[in-house]
Structures are given as structure tokens and as C-alpha cells.
Ligand binder design. Structure first.
Ligand SMILES: C[S@@+](CC[C@H](N)C(=O)[O-])C[C@H]1O[C@@H](n2cnc3c(N)ncnc32)[C@H](O)[C@@H]1O
Length: 378
């Protein structure tokens, strides 16, 4: 799904996309590899989940003992409060439980907790989950869920796309450790980017390329079917404030001269030099792997740089689009506007527009959103 489709999903309040077990495992095990005690003695809250069959609940319940977790709390959102209610059936597990309530199953959220070996089989796992109906519908904005947030040390989920910004605020206000899934463009939101720049939030371990596949509940909105399950691909990534090894890996780069000679990108190879922005003192670097390792000044790089960002190697100066005033990016001027439109381009730029632009020798160019960075050690 491209970004337009994702924005449409947000407008349509399409939130019923469920994360695959192996995606959770791949991401979470990176935190454990980096710090084997990361979950030891911790209370983990999984909000906006669906505990009966969510893979987040399953994954943490199955690894409860191995990770030495103190308490797992997982909550779901009531079907009657969801924008998409089709196909809901209480599970056999719920219907066979003396606690089952025909009305509550539709209008109340549920809470599952795991703390001890309830079944007495000598291990703590998914069979030891205890459940109840929540008093309310499980909305993460409710007092009830906020109280659970206060109890938790770590919050982990794939939140509803339609309320993603609100969910991010819920996390930041909580001042807790977290791991969440988000769409790729979220890293540039004005509510998010300052935290990335300040190294308070960063990309998870999973590579951004290729997007992520989710199980979807929408009968007509899917990209492929695997074993009868409808799957949707969305340009997603993980965001976190928990350490992992990839964040400390140095990006291997060539010098500027080597790039100009050997780069695999036709935009760089054989050129005389990197283009300089017309209205800001930095060079345009259209690919992360083309960052020259010996350039001491500021560089504009694609957003996907954040997937490879190591805070000991680079400093983030700002976002060329949303922080143009703060950075002091100058207006593009009338000549650039005329040249741009005379080339046959369409758009809405005017001479006062202060977005990064450059001339590639002949043409007036407006790059896609750029982040301004600088090497730390040179
Ligand atoms: C993207 S899905 C992810 C579900 C699950 N965490 C997973 O990754 O498999 C988001 C879930 O949040 C639920 N949801 C929507 N609005 C909510 C709200 N205001 N509060 C809590 N959950 C909500 C949706 O019904 C959906 O089950």
C-alpha cells in the first residue's frame, strides 16, 4: 500500500490489521539480544490488542519465563466500538467460561493478564492467561487503560492507524519504554520528528524496505491470500526508545571522490560533484548509501536514512520540509519558480516557498522530503 492508500485507510478508519508472529519475534528478539535482561521483572502492557488470538499476546506469553517478565497485561477494544464490526464471534474459550456474558462480549473490552502458573503444569505460558471484561470498551484514551499504563513499565503494540498520532502522545505522556508499529511517514510528523532528532525515539531493528504484511479483516481490501488468510502490505516500521544493536552499527560509506567514480547510482557516478542546494548550505545526497564519508558539512538525505541512523556516527540537524523556518532555508525566488514551471512541471510553488531546491546543472529540481544531517566525527 503506498502512502496515499495509507492516508485513505486512516480517513476510512481502517484499523483491523493484525501483526504476524514472526514479525514480532524478529523485532523483539533484537532488544533481547542487545540486553538479555530487557524485560526482566517488568510489567508489559499490550493495549489495542485482541488477546484471544493476537500474536503479541501469544509471543509474550510464550516467552514469559524466558524473558523473566513480571506481569503481562493485554487489552482489547470492544467490537461495538470498532468502526468495522463484521464477523465477530466470541471464541469457544470465552463462551465455555462461567464468566461469559452475551452482552458484555460486544460492548466491553477484555483484559488478559499473566503472572503465574495457573494451570499447575510447571510452566507459565499462554494457557495461564486469566481474563475478564473491562469496565469500559478498552479505548486506550479511557481512564481505565490509562491506569494500566501507569502500572506498566513497557508498552508494546500495533496501534490503530486512524488514531496513531493520539496513540503516540499517549506513549510520550506515559514516559515509559515502548515498541510500536507505525507507517513510514510518521517519522516526519511534527509530533514525532523532534523526538527522533533528540534521540529519544528511534527506528526499530526491522529494515524498512518492502513494508510489512498484516492479516486483514476487510474482505475486499487485501493484496494476497496465504493459506486462506487475507494479507495486506503497508509501508510500516517499528518505533521504539529501547536499545538494539542495529542502532550502533556504523554505516559503511565511500569518500566523495569514490562515490563520484564508483557509485552504483547514475545520479552520482561520473558527475563532477554533489549538487548544492540553492537556498541552504548543504549538499543534496539522494541515496543513503551515497553519503560521502569525508564531507564535513551538512547534507540533505532521504527519510529512509533513519533506518540506518547511528547517533554516534551522525547528528540530525533538522527536517528540510517541516523545519524550514528553524533551519533558515531561504525562499526559492522568482527565477527558480520560472525555471521550474518552464520545464513543464506542475505544482504550487511560488517565490516565497522555502523548501530545499537545487539546480542539477541544467534543470531546476525539487527533491522529495529531506532530512539534514552531519557527520559527528569529522
Ligand atoms: C492495527 S490493529 C492491531 C491489532 C494488534 N495489536 C496486532 O498488531 O495484531 C489496531 C487495533 O486497535 C483497535 N482499536 C481501534 N480504536 C481503538 C481505540 N480507540 N482504543 C483501543 N483500541 C482501538 C482496533 O480495533 C484494532 O484491533
Amino acid at each position: 500500500m503506498d502512502n496515499n492508500k495509507l492516508s485513505k485507510a486512516r480517513r476510512d478508519k481502517k484499523d483491523e490489521f493484525y501483526t504476524q508472529y514472526h514479525d514480532i519475534e524478529k523485532e523483539i528478539s533484537a532488544y533481547v539480544e542487545f540486553n538479555p535482561k530487557v524485560f526482566k521483572g517488568k510489567t508489559i502492557l499490550l493495549p489495542c490488542d485482541d488477546p484471544e488470538w493476537s500474536n503479541f499476546t501469544k509471543y509474550f506469553a510464550q516467552n514469559f519465563q524466558r524473558y523473566e517478565i513480571k506481569k503481562l497485561i493485554s487489552t482489547s477494544f470492544a467490537v461495538e466500538s470498532k468502526s468495522y464490526k463484521e464477523g465477530y464471534q466470541p471464541t469457544l474459550f470465552e463462551r465455555n467460561d462461567p464468566n461469559y456474558n452475551k452482552k458484555k462480549t460486544r460492548i466491553n473490552g477484555k483484559i488478559f493478564t499473566l503472572t503465574k502458573d495457573k494451570s499447575g503444569d510447571g510452566k507459565i505460558d499462554v494457557n495461564d492467561l486469566e481474563w475478564d471484561y473491562l469496565k469500559g470498551d478498552g479505548d486506550f484514551r479511557s481512564k481505565e487503560i490509562n491506569k494500566l499504563k501507569d502500572e506498566a513499565d513497557i508498552i508494546i503494540t500495533n496501534p490503530p492507524y486512524s488514531l496513531w498520532r493520539e496513540f503516540f502522545k499517549f506513549l510520550i505522556d506515559a514516559k515509559k519504554s515502548f515498541v510500536i508499529i507505525s507507517n513510514k511517514s510518521s517519522v516526519t510528523y511534527k509530533e514525532v520528528f523532534p523526538f527522533i532528532k533528540a534521540n529519544r525515539v528511534w527506528s526499530g531493528k526491522t529494515d524498512w524496505s518492502g513494508g510489512m504484511w498484516f492479516e486483514t479483516k476487510y474482505p475486499d481490501d487485501y493484496d494476497k491470500v496465504i493459506n486462506g488468510i487475507k494479507m495486506k502490505n503497508t509501508p510500516s516500521l517499528w518505533l521504539t526508545n529501547i536499545g538494539h544493536g542495529k542502532r550502533h552499527k556504523e554505516l559503511q560509506l565511500m569518500t566523495m571522490q569514490e562515490n563520484l567514480k564508483f557509485s552504483k547510482h547514475k545520479e552520482i557516478q561520473g558527475k563532477k560533484g554533489y549538487f548544492k542546494y540553492l537556498n541552504y548550505n548543504a549538499i543534496e545526497v539522494p541515496f543513503t548509501d551515497a553519503i560521502p564519508k569525508d564531507y564535513p558539512g551538512q547534507m540533505g538525505v532521504p527519510i529512509t536514512f533513519l533506518d540506518k541512523y547511528n547517533p554516534s556516527q551522525f547528528e540530525i540537524i533538522g527536517n528540510g520540509q517541516t523545519m524550514a523556518d528553524e533551519l533558515g532555508i531561504k525562499p526559492v525566488g522568482q527565477k527558480f519558480v520560472d525555471d521550474y514551471y518552464n520545464q513543464g512541471n506542475k505544482g504550487q510553488i511560488n517565490e516565497k516557498w522555502n523548501n530545499l531546491v537545487y539546480y542539477d546543472g541544467k534543470k531546476a529540481c525539487v527533491p522529495y522530503q529531506r532530512i539534514i544531517i552531519k557527520h559527528k566525527k569529522i
